[in-house]
Design a binder for this molecule. Structure first.
Ligand code: HEC
Ligand code: HEC
Ligand code: HEC
Ligand code: HEC
Length: 157
């Protein structure tokens, strides 16, 4: 790959990080931004059990990690190393997602209004044997639609 390309990619990645500090943050947290690279996830999310919940509500790993990961992903994609419309991600973060699920489903509000559910689930989660995804892995994306990604004719060789 030519030097110009590498320079462009680095500039783009830096731009993303810097923009994150000044107003770009708003744009980059939008669902629309995510789905430019995650088309299948958009559809499986639309038809999943949480279409009303933003991507980042489940997927954030904290502001700074999100920015660094974002820059890394832009680099991986534009240097042709990964195609997110086809390749499975090299890493997933079930513990982080699980914390994000808990922020809604095991909130103080739920503790007050649905004490039985709260108690049961707090007991299940104690000891760190499970993440929410152990038993509710399909939440967020419809699994059948999500699986279509690996059957897409355009990308199967
Ligand atoms: C420029 C393209 C691009 C954009 C925009 C993008 N992603 Fe990604 N995403 C990728 C790539 C490439 C990977 C695979 C990275 C790897 O294999 O390590 C990935 C992986 C992921 C993963 C799985 C790995 C992990 O971090 O848990 C999640 C979840 C994810 N993206 C969510 C999002 C969300 C939410 C947004 C919007 C805030 C977003 N992505 C925006 C390209 C993008
Ligand atoms: C209700 C929570 C929730 C919402 C909302 C959500 N996701 Fe997910 N997402 C998940 C879960 C759970 C997984 C599976 C993670 C695992 O298996 O470790 C996942 C997996 C992913 C992956 C990895 C796919 C793979 O093949 O492993 C990507 C990329 C992703 N989501 C992007 C998005 C984008 C983009 C949005 C918004 C359009 C979104 N998600 C909305 C919960 C959610
Ligand atoms: C932003 C808040 C929010 C987040 C984050 C969130 N949920 Fe939900 N979830 C809701 C709301 C709102 C509903 C629909 C109303 C209800 O039943 O409480 C719901 C419904 C559900 C249901 C019942 C719907 C069904 O499938 O029958 C389950 C189970 C569930 N969520 C699990 C999860 C899991 C697992 C995660 C993490 C991957 C998660 N949620 C993340 C807000 C959230
Ligand atoms: C060991 C398995 C297990 C784990 C781990 C688990 N759950 Fe559950 N969850 C269940 C079972 C079983 C039910 C009852 C199923 C039913 O009645 O639909 C349930 C019910 C729920 C419901 C209510 C569903 C409805 O239809 O109203 C929500 C919301 C939920 N769980 C969220 C979570 C979240 C968030 C986590 C992580 C903090 C989690 N669960 C971890 C097994 C589990």
């Amino acid at each position: 790959m030519g030097k110009l390309w590498i320079t462009l990619i680095i500039l783009l990645a830096l731009g993303l990080v810097v923009a994150g500090g000044v107003g770009g943050h708003h744009v980059s947290t939008q669902n629309d931004f995510c789905i430019t690279c995650h088309a299948y996830e958009k559809v499986s999310w639309d038809h999943g059990s949480h279409p009303q919940v933003d991507c980042l509500a489940c997927h954030t790993k904290g502001f700074f990690t999100d920015k660094i990961q974002g820059a890394r992903k832009v680099y991986l994609m534009f240097s042709g190393q990964v195609n997110p419309h086809h390749d499975a991600p090299s890493q997933t973060h079930p513990e982080k997602i699980s914390e994000n699920c808990s922020a809604c489903h095991l909130s103080d509000d739920i503790r007050e209004n649905d004490p039985d559910f709260y108690r049961e689930h707090t007991e299940i989660m104690a000891g760190g044997r499970y993440t929410c995804l152990t038993c509710h892995g399909d939440n967020g994306h419809d699994p059948a639609l999500q699986a279509l990604r690996f059957k897409a004719p355009r990308y199967t060789q």
